[in-house]
Design a protein around this ligand. Structure first.
Ligand SMILES: Nc1nc2c(ncn2[C@@H]2O[C@H](COP(=O)(O)OP(=O)(O)OP(=O)(O)O)[C@@H](O)[C@H]2O)c(=O)[nH]1
Ligand SMILES: [Mg+2]
Length: 686
């Protein structure tokens, strides 16, 4: 009833897909082509001219790349289709992954000439981990140099035999022939339509025992088409099938079939895998029913030049209505939802409501934030929540300082906005190095942040390479002692502590253990927290080089107190100094962070890339050949990779890319340790 009042699309007619994949594959051009084919735009823009629907920000038009997700929608064959065009560059891949909870199907776009690339692998894997049906779209089939047969084989080799063409390119590359719904005998560019048909039908029916039996008994022509269709959805849901389609966004070849596959075969919200919502500790099963309470997940927040903050959400249950009141997570006060809209790139079309299964946006709600849930009951203790899935951890850092210190307040509010928009961007003050450090996924990521700060907020920053965040630890057991005695006028201060320190194993959970091993009340129990506090101050500020210390077990085994003069402050000082003495005898060292890096490069540059990694104190563990490319996997110190992006570009003529994640800590080189400790000593003596 409600749905009819508001003329919302029925959930079974909705299709939500996310276009993702390595940069340059043509995602934005595909989105443009789909809008054109569906009659939403009269002329196709292109990325080079910066006039596409999806790459609408100044920064995107300047860089000729998508830097943030854009949502578009259109109707086709009676279906309402939402498509999210995501950025493919490794620096912005967090934005792409953040959109996954909003869709039923992840469409991984592969460039027909460049083939499988690093982000292709990463996105295929993340979609699998998140239990999302996948489709592979091979784009640029128009290019004569594209070996479509070889690429199809490589895809099957790398991602498994579950990857099967659902249509086949014609010999002239001007179109495609459906091979799933029809048993065509038309000529194809490679293999044959008959073979492709048999293979995909046999793969699909494997998920349905009865269909398989019928097939074995009476052959393919006796299968009930409705059941085969159901089996297709099941095969997608169970990751038993990843259909491959061939398209040229440029010439339009294969686009009609892509639209048909989207409307008739890809899962609707009702057919997709359910998203993992919870309420408290209980799983929450959402239903795509307009009459049920609202549950909408905010998967993106952006700032629009004209309308301010925009929250983009996917409705998982109920309806988000204009002029209604909704709650955000555990808020106690309702939010007034004033402007509900559908998005078409930068265009916002105001609408009465966004129904179950759909994607929409709200503006002018300051409280809205990334990964939050809009719902319609005040349940501050027990709000519905979507189980958050990990996004890439930002490791690339830049130390920053304001050019103009009067911008301080403006800067904090601008940073808060940028952080709300970008889940992979952080800003932290590092006590050990006394620096403020921005972190992102790569050099370009942070460059775009700096551009935005300048363009939108008129803030300029000086940047430098961040100092490395070393860590202190000890390497052998030792003992320390301190007697703190002070007599100033009236009451004095007295506390005496004997303690032992010992290294903890690397994988110790918190990296610190404090044990009271005193006997006979030499130090009354109530002073133990004071001793621990003194030790923790040293752990935070560093003992030998000014970096945080961890990996230490401390055992206080003896001491003395004084009935009148023993106070908390006396034991804080005694604990601190006894610990410092012990640490200095326990062969302290500095550890530095190591990262695992995966570098994708054309094979010609493999030797140069590996050689360069060795000069950065890195170790190559593995090299894998993938067609014309290879992936070099290595472990290297983070500090040596701080300016790796431009370096790799110059070694590989711009074709190399890399990603990195934290691995472990290792002792820093001896000369660095000595220099850091000497510098700290001087500073400490001042
Ligand atoms: N020949 C040919 N070129 C294409 C096709 N599709 C896209 N291109 C070109 O490929 C380049 C990259 O296209 P985009 O649409 O920006 O690629 P993208 O995947 O959105 O890239 P990112 O936003 O960086 O992730 C542009 O120069 C397009 O004109 C195609 O089907 N054939
Ligand atoms: Mg793009």
């Amino acid at each position: 009833m409600v749905a009819e009042d508001l003329s919302l699309p029925e959930p079974d007619t909705i299709r939500n897909l996310c276009l993702c994949g390595h940069t340059g594959g043509g995602k934005t051009t595909i989105a443009e082509r789909l809008l054109f084919a569906a009659g939403e735009i009269k002329r196709m823009g292109d990325v080079e001219h910066g006039n596409t629907v999806c790459d609408f920000t100044d920064e995107e038009q300047q860089h000729h790349h998508s830097l943030q997700p854009a949502v578009i929608h259109f109707d086709h064959e009676g279906h309402h289709v939402n498509v999210i065009d995501t950025p493919g560059m490794a620096d912005f891949v967090g934005h792409a992954i953040a959109c996954f909870p909003a869709v039923e199907t992840v469409v991984v776009v592969i460039d027909a000439v460049r083939g499988i690339e690093s982000e292709t692998r990463r996105l295929m894997q993340v979609a699998t981990e998140r239990n999302l049906p996948r489709m592979i779209l091979i784009n640029k089939m128009d290019l004569a140099e594209a070996d479509l047969e070889e690429l199809t084989n490589q895809i099957r080799e790398e991602f498994g035999d579950i990857c099967l063409p659902i249509n086949m390119p014609t010999p002239d590359r001007q179109g495609v022939i459906d091979v799933f719904e029809t048993d065509s005998h038309d000529p194809t560019l490679f293999s044959s339509a008959e073979d492709a048909h048999t293979r995909i039908v046999e793969q699909v029916i494997e998920v349905d025992d009865e269909l398989t039996e019928n097939y074995l008994e009476s052959g393919p022509n006796q299968l009930d088409p409705g059941r085969v269709h159901e089996a297709f959805e099941k095969a997608l849901r169970e990751a038993h099938l990843v259909p491959i389609v061939y398209v040229s966004a440029k010439s339009g070849a294969g686009v009609d079939k892509l639209l048909h596959v989207t409307a008739s075969l890809l899962p609707s919200p009702l057919e997709g895998n359910p998203r993992p919502f919870v309420k408290g500790d209980e799983p929450l099963h959402t239903e795509f029913d307009a009459a049920k309470p609202t549950i909408a997940h905010v998967f993106r927040v952006s700032t629009d030049k004209h309308i301010g903050k925009l929250g983009v959400f996917r409705v998982h249950q109920g309806v988000v209505r204009n002029r209604s009141e909704l709650y955000m997570d555990d808020s106690k006060k309702p939010l007034r939802v004033g402007h509900v809209m559908r998005l078409q790139g930068k265009e916002h079309v105001e609408t009465e409501a966004i129904g179950p299964g759909e994607i929409g946006a709200v503006s002018k709600l300051d409280e809205i934030h990334f990964d939050g849930v809009l719902h319609d009951g005040a349940t501050p203790d027990n709000p519905p929540h979507l189980v958050s899935l990990p996004l890439p951890k930002p490791m690339f850092g830049l130390a920053i300082e304001l050019k103009n210190h009067a911008d301080e307040t403006k800067f904090s509010s601008a940073i808060a906005k940028l952080q709300a928009e970008d889940p992979c961007f952080t800003l932290e003050r590092i006590g050990a190095t006394k620096q403020t450090v921005m972190r992102g996924l790569g050099e370009l990521h942070l460059r775009v942040v700096l551009e935005k700060l300048k363009a939108l907020y008129d803030i300029e920053l000086d940047t430098s390479q961040p100092k490395i965040a070393y860590r202190e630890t000890i390497t052998m057991p030792a003992e320390g002692h301190h007697r703190h005695k002070k007599q100033t006028g009236g009451a004095g201060q007295f506390g005496e502590v004997y303690l032992r320190v010992a290294p903890l194993p690397d994988d110790h959970e918190s990296g610190f253990e404090f044990v009271n091993a005193t006997v006979g009340g030499s130090i009354p129990r109530q002073f133990m927290p004071a001793i621990e506090k003194g030790i923790r101050q040293v752990l935070a500020d560093g003992a030998v080089a000014g970096y945080p210390m961890s990996g230490v077990r401390v055992e206080v085994y003896d001491g003395k107190h004084h009935d009148v003069d023993s106070k908390e402050i006396a034991f804080i000082t005694a604990g601190k100094k006894a610990f410092l003495e012990a640490v200095k005898k326990a062969k302290p060292i500095l550890l530095e962070p190591f990262v695992e890096v995966a570098i994708t490069t054309p094979s010609d540059f493999m030797g140069d890339v590996s050689g360069d990694i060795a000069t950065r104190r890195g170790r190559v563990n593995d090299t894998e050949m993938k067609g014309m490319n290879c992936v070099v996997k290595a472990v290297a110190p983070l500090g040596e990779l701080q300016s790796y992006a431009p370096q790799l570009r110059s070694i590989t003529s711009g074709a190399g890319s890399f990603s990195m994640t934290y691995s472990h800590d290792e002792p820093a080189p001896g000369d660095i340790q000595q220099a850091e400790m000497a510098a700290f000593q001087r500073h400490d003596d001042d």
